[in-house]
Unconditional design. Structure first.
Length: 194
C-alpha cells in the first residue's frame, strides 16, 4: 500500500475531485456530500489533532486546532504542506506512531482504516488510543452488492497496475468495532467518533 500511494501522490486528489481517471465515474451526490463531510470536520472542537495517513492534506485543511499530519509517503507530504499550510507534517508509520503517550487530544484518520487487515486494524487502534483519548475515522460505505472485503485492481496515469486491499463498512459495524458513535453517514462517507 505504501508504494502504491507514494506513486499515486500527484494524481491522488483527482479521486476526491472527480477528475482524470475518475472523471467518468458515476457518483451521484458526491460533491454535495463532500461539502457536508468538510463541514462535519470543521465543526469538530479545535484540539491537538493527529491526522494519521493524511495523504495530500485534502481533509487535513478542514481540521481546526493544533494539527499534525503524519504519512508514510514523502511525496504525499510535499503536497499536504502546500495544501494545509496551517498544519505541521511528519513522515512516519501509522502502526508505530512516533509520538509519546497522550501527545494529542484526538486522532483523526480518513480512508486509511479501510485499507488495514484485522491484525493491522488492532495495531492501529492500540497506537491511536496510546497517543490520544479520542478517535475519529472517516471511511467509505459499502455499495449495493459490493463485497465487504476485497482486493481492488487499480491503475495509475502512468499505466502501472496495483492490487489494493479494501475493507468496507456500513456504519453501525464500524461504530461497533471502534466502540463509538456515527457522527455522519451519507451515501458515500461515514464518520465515526470514538
Ligand atoms: C487512501 S489514502 C488517504 C489519504 C487521506 N487521509 C485522505 O483521506 O485523502 C491512504 C494514505 O495512507 C498512507 N499510508 C499507507 N500506509 C501507511 C502507513 N503504514 N503509515 C502511514 N501512512 C500510510 C498513504 O501514503 C496514503 O497517503
Amino acid at each position: 500500500m505504501k508504494a502504491y500511494y507514494d506513486r499515486r501522490a500527484p494524481e491522488y486528489d483527482d479521486w476526491w475531485l472527480g477528475q482524470g481517471l475518475y472523471e467518468d465515474r458515476e457518483r451521484p451526490g458526491w460533491e454535495a456530500e463532500l461539502r457536508r463531510l468538510e463541514g462535519v470536520l470543521r465543526d469538530l472542537p479545535p484540539v491537538r489533532t493527529l491526522d494519521v495517513a493524511c495523504g495530500t492534506g485534502f481533509l487535513t485543511r478542514h481540521l481546526r486546532g493544533e494539527v499534525v499530519g503524519l504519512d508514510a509517503s514523502e511525496r504525499m507530504l510535499e503536497i499536504a504542506r502546500r495544501q494545509a499550510p496551517n498544519a505541521r507534517f511528519e513522515q512516519g508509520d501509522a502502526l508505530s506512531l512516533p509520538f509519546e503517550d497522550d501527545a494529542f487530544d484526538r486522532v483523526f484518520t480518513s480512508y486509511f482504516y479501510c485499507h488495514l487487515d484485522d491484525d493491522q486494524r488492532n495495531r492501529f487502534l492500540a497506537e491511536a488510543s496510546r497517543v490520544a483519548p479520542e478517535l475519529v475515522v472517516v471511511a467509505s460505505i459499502r455499495g449495493d452488492g459490493d463485497d465487504f472485503e476485497r482486493w481492488e485492481e487499480r491503475r495509475l496515469n502512468d499505466g502501472s497496475e496495483w492490487n489494493v486491499y479494501k475493507r468496507v463498512f456500513e456504519g453501525p459495524d464500524l461504530a461497533a468495532e471502534l466502540g463509538g458513535e456515527i457522527a455522519f453517514k451519507g451515501r458515500w462517507f461515514v464518520v465515526v467518533q470514538a
